[in-house]
Design a protein around this ligand. Structure first.
Ligand code: SF4
Length: 426
């Protein structure tokens, strides 16, 4: 077997794409973590923020220094999609470039020198990938590819193409196969999961995300369902009620708000208002033990002090258990990159620190509230007498235990809160 070294940047979709690449090459290549012995080096890139793009070319430099003679370098993922040939022009040692919508064509790319495949409307929705998994008990399953939304800051529609749903029978068969192989939990992946069913590339009966969840829940021995990310605009009552009442659906909702100001949300083209978002939060908060996380962009063009105060106010009201907050950075091929009303970098940074300080207090309070509660935890790791895993509502929980608990869902009573995890007793 030849050796494959793969480095993945970015989101869960990219991690899943890397798994697909590894699976597709598994009859010829085995994984190595040693760059120096690799016959094939793949960098799966992200382009949502500025840093990963800069990292791409510095990483190629590192590969060139360390790699063995005759090894190949391939660049995949979102930056590959939008930069295409430009990558080989700037870094001629790169052997092929393959976009995030073209993972199934990896073998074709490897075998033809200097291939560039970046068709963002390529249809991979009926392609059956082989299986590769790093975790025995859980896995990720794509349910949609691409995105039809036009959020003015986001490059994804340009790198992953039009939104298209994977046929239901393919999803169900894939999950059934995973469950037969011992998987207890699946996370459904898409840029906009609750838009599922809008468009299929094959003749398919009309089915929305709520119905898909109901169908997946019928799979016996599948114990947990997660999904990421739902769009707040499509979080209608039917969807929230299914989320609340279906016992297999984990009670964690990643619910990206991006800003607390309706004026900025309009400039971002998110399609909802602050009032709609808070109304959805109020409905979600009625679900016992729910945990809600979010994404927020600070310093979006035109953001005033008042807009930012609205974001702080929304965060106080929503009390997110987890937040991913970022300074706005313009991305190529996006509408917002042409906005001229930019926010001063120092002002934006101060706002970000203020938001993060507020969030830290909320997280501390929320974690304290968990003490004394009992959580259902899927045990995934065992090390030195300590077992750990994710609770139904997505906390990392640790307790004393042994390796016989691996793969089991057990009750743990929370004793001590920490910033990024909880410890308890079985
Ligand atoms: S919903 Fe908006 S932010 Fe999310 S991937 Fe689509 S365009 Fe980007």
């Amino acid at each position: 077997m030849k050796k494959l070294y793969i480095e993945t940047l970015g989101c869960l979709m990219n991690i899943k794409d890397s798994d697909h690449i590894i699976a597709e090459l598994s009859d010829e290549y085995e994984l190595t973590s040693n760059l120096k012995e690799a016959d094939l080096i793949i960098l799966n890139t992200c382009s949502v923020r500025e840093k990963p793009v800069a990292k791409l070319f510095s990483e190629i430099g590192v590969f060139n220094k360390k790699r063995k003679k005759d090894s190949k370098i391939g660049i995949c993922g979102c930056t590959a999609s939008h930069m295409g040939k430009e990558i080989i022009k700037r870094a001629p040692t790169v052997d092929f470039v393959i976009g995030s919508r073209n993972v199934s064509r990896i073998k074709e790319a490897i075998n033809i020198p200097k291939t560039v495949i970046t068709d963002i409307n390529y249809d991979e929705t009926t392609y059956l990938f082989k299986e590769f998994r790093t975790n025995k008990f859980k896995d990720y399953v794509n349910i949609t590819l691409g995105c039809d939304k036009k959020c003015s800051f986001c490059i994804v529609p340009k790198t992953r193409g039009k939104e298209i749903s994977i046929p239901t029978d393919i999803i169900i068969n894939q999950i059934q196969k995973l469950v037969d192989n011992g998987v207890k939990e699946v996370t459904l992946l898409g840029q906009n999961v609750n838009g599922y069913g809008k468009r299929f590339s094959v003749v398919h009966k009309k089915i929305n995300f709520t119905t898909l969840l109901q169908e997946i829940s019928k799979i016996e021995k599948l114990e947990r369902i997660r999904f990421t990310s739902p769009h707040p605009l499509h979080a209608d009552d039917e969807f929230i009620e299914e989320f609340a009442s279906n016992p297999k659906i984990c009670k964690h909702m990643h619910f990206p708000v991006q800003s607390g100001s309706t004026r900025i949300l309009k400039k971002m083209r998110r399609g909802y208002t602050r009032e709609w978002y808070l109304d959805r939060i109020n409905k979600l908060r009625k679900i016992p033990n729910i945990v809600i996380s979010t994404d927020i962009i600070v310093g979006f063009p035109g953001e005033t002090d008042e807009d930012f105060e609205n974001t702080l106010d929304l965060v106080k009201k929503a009390e997110f258990e987890q937040m991913f907050s970022f300074l706005y950075s313009p991305r190529p091929h996006t509408e917002a990159a042409n906005y001229t009303d930019t926010v001063d970098k120092e002002v934006a940074k101060k706002r970000l620190y203020k938001l993060q300080a507020l969030q830290k207090k909320i997280v501390e309070k929320k974690s304290e509230e968990k003490v004394g509660k009992t959580m259902k935890v899927l045990i995934e790791k065992y090390e030195n007498g300590i077992v750990s895993g994710k609770s139904d509502n997505f906390y990392t929980v640790k307790a004393k235990g042994d390796d016989s608990l691996l793969g089991k869902i057990i009750d743990i009573k929370i004793k001590e809160p920490h910033l990024s995890s909880l410890t308890g007793e079985i």
